[in-house]
Write a protein that binds this ligand. Structure first.
Ligand code: ADP
Ligand code: ZN
Length: 207
């Protein structure tokens, strides 16, 4: 099954996709993770992406489309995959349709006021990409999976979060209608705990 996760920043796309990877055995493809890796390694793509990512804007369509196209051609995508953070514009969705067949788009829905709280308390593992909220960590600063020191993403500062929300509303939210018109949209209310939301996501995929 080829799955897209839609939803505002902080809705839990990455978290849910990671849980589902273990369950379904298909890879999670996160353009955000790939861009941050490229930035750390200082590749051409990384250098190109840096100023957009750090300000909370969108990286140019051609750049992300090229990364995704290349990634989907790899062997582990043959039996299905989950796209997390792509597409983010209608143009990206139209281009994606030229080289991939998407079966279902899961829209993780969350009110704006919850988003800022979640993102400003988010900590991520730079090594394995696991994400946590400070409220789950009980004062610990290391990753439960791999022991690496957790970091706060630069774009999880309050001002950048507001900009990402604006960008989401203007450029990404129209994709909800785009996939609804294609008859493959499933909406999941993500205000609950990670476990509750995961149960709802699985149910949405079975439907
Ligand atoms: P979140 O879902 O929490 O906003 P991501 O890790 O998905 O975070 O993305 C972080 C940043 O990477 C975005 O704000 C944007 O700058 C860039 N990015 C990721 N995916 C895309 C995409 N499909 N198109 C353009 N920019 C992207
Ligand atoms: Zn880790």
């Amino acid at each position: 099954m080829n799955i897209i996760f839609l939803g505002p920043p902080g809705a839990g796309k990455g978290t849910q996709a990671q849980l589902l990877t273990k369950e379904l055995g298909i890879p999670q493809i996160s353009t955000g993770d790939m861009l941050r890796k490229a930035m750390r390694e200082g590749t051409k793509t990384g250098l190109e992406a840096k100023r957009y990512v750090e300000s909370g804007g969108l990286v140019p369509d051609e750049v992300v489309i090229a990364i995704v196209k290349e990634r989907l051609a790899e062997d582990d995508c043959k039996n299905g995959y989950m796209l997390d953070g792509f597409p983010r514009t209608v143009f990206q969705a139209e281009e994606l349709a030229k080289f991939a067949k998407i079966d279902v788009a899961v829209d993780l829905d969350l009110p704006d006021e919850v988003i800022v709280e979640r993102l400003s308390g988010r900590r991520v593992c730079p090594n394995c990409n696991a994400t946590y909220h400070v409220s789950q960590l009980g004062g610990s600063t290391v990753c439960k999976n791999c022991g690496a020191e957790l970091i706060q993403r630069k774009d999880d500062s309050e001002e950048t979060i507001r900009n990402r929300l604006k960008v989401y509303t203007e450029q990404t939210a129209p994709l909800i209608d785009y996939y609804r018109r294609q008859g493959i949209l499933r909406t999941v209310d993500c205000q609950g705990t990670v476990e509750e939301n995961f149960a709802l996501v699985k149910r949405a995929l079975e439907a």
